[in-house]
Design a protein around this ligand. Structure first.
Ligand SMILES: Cc1cc2nc3c(=O)[nH]c(=O)nc-3n(C[C@H](O)[C@H](O)[C@H](O)COP(=O)(O)O)c2cc1C
Length: 312
C-alpha cells in the first residue's frame, strides 16, 4: 500500500493534534510538522522547538520542517533537530503568504533557482542528515520548474513533496495536474503528491493517473474528515462508531490545548479554527460554525459541541 503523510498546517497540526489524531484514527504513516523558522544570530531556545520535543512526539513518526533562506541558520537549526533525534528535515519552499514570499522565503525563493542552488550546496556541506523539500510548482508560473528541477536533481534529496499550485495562487483555483505530470517525469527523487485530496475518490483517481507516486500527503481533507486515511486504506466509506470516535478525538484535543495554552481564550481560538474544518461534516454546518465562532467562553463552546456531538 502507498504511504499516507499528514501535511503540515501551521496553527492546526501541532503535536496535540498529531497525538490525538493517532490515538483515535488510523491510516496515517507519518507527519511533516508545521514549519519552524531559523533565527538569525539568536540562541535556539527550547520553547522555539517545544512542539517538536521528542517526549511530545512518540506516537507518530514526525519530520520537522524549516522555513529559511540562510544556509548557516538552516544548518544550525537542522543540526539541533538531529541532536533531538530526528533523521530527516524538510525545507519549506512552498509557503505562499506574501509576508513570507516577499522576504524570499518559502515560495518566494522559487523564481530564484540560482539562489536555491547555492543554498542547497551550502546547506548540504554542513548538514549531514537527510534533507527533503516541500515545494509548489513555482511562485508566479509553473515554468519556474524548468530551472528548478535540474537544481533539485543535482542534490541527494530523500524526497520532494509537490503541491501543484503556484505561490500566487495561494489556495484558489485548481491543482495543475498536467504541470505536475511534467515535473514528475523529470524529477529523479521520490515525489510525494499533495493537494486537494478531500475524499477517497479523489485519491483513487490521482493514484490511477500517477501510479509511480508512492507517497501521498493529506492536509485540509484530513482535518475536515479525520476518517479519510482510513477510508482510503480500507476502500470503504463505512465508519463504525463515527460520532463517538470523533467525540473522543475532540475531547483529547480540548484537554491537550487546555494543558499547554495559557488561558481559555487561546484554547477557544484554536478550537474555533479547527471547527472551520470539522463543521462540514455536521448537519446545518453554517449555523453550527457561526454559533461556535460566537461562543465567548468555554462553557458555551462545550454546550454547543456537546449538542452537535450527541448521538442521533
Ligand atoms: C492554515 C494552513 C497552514 C499551513 N501551514 C503549512 C506549513 O507550516 N508548512 C507547509 O509546508 N505547508 C503548510 N500549509 C500547506 C499544506 O501543508 C498543504 O500543502 C496545502 O494545504 C495543500 O494540501 P491539502 O489540499 O491536502 O490541504 C498550510 C496550509 C494551510 C491551509
Amino acid at each position: 500500500m502507498k504511504s499516507l503523510v499528514m501535511a503540515p498546517l501551521r496553527g492546526l497540526t501541532d503535536a496535540v493534534f498529531r497525538n490525538a489524531y493517532q490515538k483515535h484514527f488510523s491510516g496515517v504513516d507519518e507527519a511533516v510538522a508545521p514549519f519552524v523558522t531559523s533565527l538569525k544570530g539568536r540562541r535556539i531556545k527550547p520553547s522555539h522547538l517545544r512542539d517538536l520535543s521528542p517526549d511530545r512526539n512518540r506516537n507518530l513518526p514526525v519530520v520537522p520542517q524549516i522555513l529559511s533562506n540562510d544556509a548557516d541558520e538552516f544548518i544550525r537549526l537542522a543540526n539541533t533537530l538531529m541532536d533531538m533525534g530526528y533523521s530527516e528535515v524538510n525545507w519549506n519552499l512552498g509557503c505562499p503568504y506574501p509576508m513570507v514570499a516577499k522576504k524570499m522565503r518559502g515560495s518566494g525563493l522559487l523564481p530564484h533557482a540560482d539562489i536555491i542552488d547555492r543554498l542547497l550546496d551550502n546547506i548540504l556541506n554542513g548538514f549531514h542528515g537527510q534533507l527533503s523539500i516541500k515545494t509548489r510548482l513555482g511562485r508566479f508560473c509553473t515554468d519556474e520548474m524548468d530551472r528548478l528541477v535540474p537544481v533539485f536533481n543535482r542534490y541527494p534529496l530523500v524526497r520532494l513533496i509537490v503541491h501543484p499550485r503556484t505561490g500566487v495562487q495561494m489556495y484558489t483555483g485548481t491543482v495543475n495536474l498536467d504541470a505536475f505530470a511534467m515535473c514528475l517525469a523529470q524529477i529523479d527523487h521520490p515525489v510525494v503528491y499533495n493537494g486537494d485530496i478531500r475524499e477517497p475518490e479523489a485519491f483513487v483517481k490521482l493514484a490511477a493517473r500517477f501510479p509511480g507516486v508512492d507517497q501521498w500527503m493529506l492536509g485540509r481533507g484530513l482535518i475536515a474528515d479525520p476518517f479519510l486515511p482510513e477510508k482510503i486504506r480500507t476502500g470503504s466509506l463505512e465508519i463504525h462508531r463515527r460520532r463517538e470516535r470523533f467525540a473522543g478525538f475532540h475531547d483529547d484535543l480540548l484537554a491537550g490545548y487546555l494543558a499547554i495554552f495559557s488561558g481559555p481564550g487561546h484554547v477557544l481560538d484554536r478550537m474555533k479554527g479547527l471547527w472551520g474544518y470539522f463543521a462540514d461534516d455536521f448537519e446545518d454546518s453554517d449555523r453550527l460554525l457561526k454559533r461556535i465562532r460566537k461562543a465567548r467562553n468555554l462553557d458555551r463552546y462545550r454546550q454547543l459541541v456537546d449538542r452537535a456531538l450527541m448521538p442521533s
